[in-house]
Design a protein around this ligand. Sequence first.
Ligand SMILES: [Zn+2]
Length: 227
Amino acid sequence: MSSFKSLLLLITISFLTFSCAQNKQKNEGTTKIQAIEKKPISTPDEAISELTSGNNRFVLNQLVKTNYQEQIESSKKKQTPHSVILSCMDSRVPPEIIFDQGIGNIFAIRIAGNIEDENVIGSMEYAVEHAGSKLIVVMGHSHCGAVSGALKNIESGHLTQLVNQIKPAIPQVRDQAEVTEITAKNNVKLTIQDILNQSEIIKELVDSGKIKIVGAFYDVETGKVLF
Ligand SMILES: [Zn+2]
């Protein structure tokens, strides 16, 4: 074979191999997009239902098989999280995991004692007014260190003012076994009231039925969330 013919053959083989590889990639891409297609969430009740079923999957240890690389790919240009969740920084309460939500589905705002301030409320307003979230969840939890700190009148640096914000949630009768849990639940209710009192944007969206704001409580002993 002349050297010219050999070169031509080599070019042809290279081209064919390259085309096959491209088609394979294209097909794999199509399969991936179909696999991650989900039912869109367009109402507050659908968001509550998704979080409830996600938490059930978590409790039953039947999580959806999350492919993080696919979720990065599908959310890289735009995010449309259906819910914004304010929860404690407690390492045992990660919202994305306990609601089985992966990447791109919820905004998670975390701060000790799940309390609000202007920055937290600003973040929530961004979620519901600009990013299309339908639901705000304020989630307390059992065995909360910040709540215990409020009950023990902890005084330590900036922690003092943080636990002071929780103190109005302490019930009048402190001498009871469930006082920590009662305080944590009252704290969720007071936080919701504060958010509605301070944010006209959120209040109007709630009043018009476009979004909902709900309280939730996570049990660190069972993994279960009660709305
Ligand atoms: Zn906590």
